[in-house]
Design a protein around this ligand. Structure first.
Ligand SMILES: Cc1cc2nc3c(=O)[nH]c(=O)nc-3n(C[C@H](O)[C@H](O)[C@H](O)COP(=O)(O)OP(=O)(O)OC[C@H]3O[C@@H](n4cnc5c(N)ncnc54)[C@H](O)[C@@H]3O)c2cc1C
Length: 387
């Protein structure tokens, strides 16, 4: 592997190695050839999710008492890096299902947990997390999708957008406004696609098109109050706390992508000859490779630090924000440099770096943009919120 060493226990090294072999042999060809920029149907994606569950993806973040493998956060993130280095498209449903499963275990009623958690852990079902709306992005407090009470049901109307897993989803954990209080008026409600129904429309993007990102339309959808996740009005605080961990995963997604770009660039620089020698022997190419490798490793170490804080049971809001900010911006820089090292070949579809560069551009947007991470870091430094 063309990156610096990290400390791993024997168990972590074995788990990472086994997963890497599986991904290289069985998954990489799917995303680099058959489904390159082409939507992967649900049954094929579900087949992969089932296989990945055996390696501790999704199942890892759930405790053994609830049917999962109960891995620590650092190990889960090490495994997740491998998935992202193979395919960021594949890493999206892994991430979303993992955080849906984590939320269900932590907060949902025993009935909801019994009904929806086993399918997610096994890789049989898909969840979507519906926060963003056409008019609501960086400021979660402004959510407008309304849930109003009608006896023992919620009636939900609104529109969610940018929803990962949307087309695959069996259920949506929807952030709804249940009162006008900006902080204490948001509630998460589980909407079952088959029982309650919602309309899904795919979104075509610059990249990440092998998996689903969708708009979801809710038109007076009738859902039992028993499908409320956690206490009514308590979802904002929980969503913000949840971001702390999910941002570390989005950061690791960027690390995996950047590492792959570096690996591709190293291989190319060792093979391509110009001016009588391989381009790796030209000092300006060597400098670029050295900078790329240092960026990848620095980003990974920031993610590992956040994971170690999670595992120690400590808050890590600033550290997760630093990891997300740095890793996603590093991915953009590293992927661009990988294209540069490939010369003209780098902008053709014959080489993977073209796709990696398009994917990298997306990374600084979801789960809080780069600017939002900067604001969080600065607020932690000064105690003054600049947003
Ligand atoms: C591939 C992908 C997958 C996604 N998956 C999901 C999902 O599963 N579920 C979900 O709910 N959402 C999802 N999202 C949505 C994502 O979380 C939002 O796109 C993100 O929060 C930014 O919101 P926005 O796009 O509305 O941008 P806006 O909030 O409109 O921001 C536009 C620009 O203004 C900047 N900006 C905003 N506020 C400030 C400020 N106070 N100070 C300085 N700059 C500011 C932003 O940094 C950005 O540059 C996904 C998005 C993408 C691209």
């Amino acid at each position: 592997m063309a990156v610096g060493k990290v400390i791993q226990s024997d168990e972590q090294a074995m788990a990472v190695d086994g997963l890497r072999r599986f991904l290289a042999a069985e998954v990489d060809p799917l995303f680099s050839k058959d489904y390159r920029d082409r939507f992967m149907p649900r049954d094929v994606m579900a087949g992969l999710m089932r296989r990945l569950s055996d390696f501790g993806l999704v199942s890892g973040v759930v405790s053994p008492a609830a049917g999962g493998l109960g891995l620590d956060w650092l190990t889960s993130l090490m495994l997740f890096e491998e998935v992202a280095a193979c395919s960021v498209d594949l890493s999206v449903p892994v991430l979303i299902n993992a955080f849906g499963a984590y939320l269900l275990e932590q907060v949902a009623s025993p009935e909801l947990r019994a009904r929806y958690l086993p399918g997610l852990i096994a890789g049989d079902s898909f969840v979507s997390m519906g926060i963003s709306e056409p008019g609501v992005g960086s400021n979660v407090m402004e959510v407008r999708t309304r849930a109003r009470r009608d006896g023992d049901h919620w009636i939900i109307s609104g529109e969610k957008t940018w929803i990962s897993n949307g087309a695959y989803s069996d259920f949506l954990i929807c952030l709804c406004r249940t009162s006008d209080d900006p902080r204490d008026g948001l509630t998460q409600i589980l909407i079952d696609r088959r029982e309650h129904g919602y309309e899904v429309r795919g979104i075509d993007k610059i990249a990440f098109n092998s998996q689903s990102t969708a708009q979801i339309f809710l038109d007076d959808v009738r859902v039992p109050v028993a499908n409320t996740i956690g206490e009514e009005g308590g979802a904002l605080k929980r969503t913000l706390a949840h971001f702390e961990k999910s941002r570390a995963f989005v950061a690791m997604q960027a690390v995996g992508l950047a590492r792959r770009a570096l690996e591709e660039a190293v291989a190319y620089a060792k093979g391509r000859r110009q001016h009588g020698k391989v381009i790796a022997g030209h000092q300006l190419i060597a400098a670029m490779l050295a900078e790329m490798a240092t960026q990848v490793d620095a980003a990974r170490l920031l993610v590992h630090r956040a994971a170690q804080l999670f595992d120690a049971g400590e808050r890590a809001e600033m550290e997760a924000a630093m990891a997300k900010y740095f890793a996603c911006e590093a991915a953009v820089t590293v992927a661009r440099q990988a294209v540069q090292i490939h010369g003209g070949n780098g902008v053709t579809r014959d080489f993977l770096v073209e796709k990696l560069a398009r994917e990298a551009i997306v990374c600084p947007i979801p789960e809080g943009t780069t600017q939002i991470q900067q604001l969080i870091i600065a607020r932690a430094l000064t105690g003054v919120a600049a947003f």
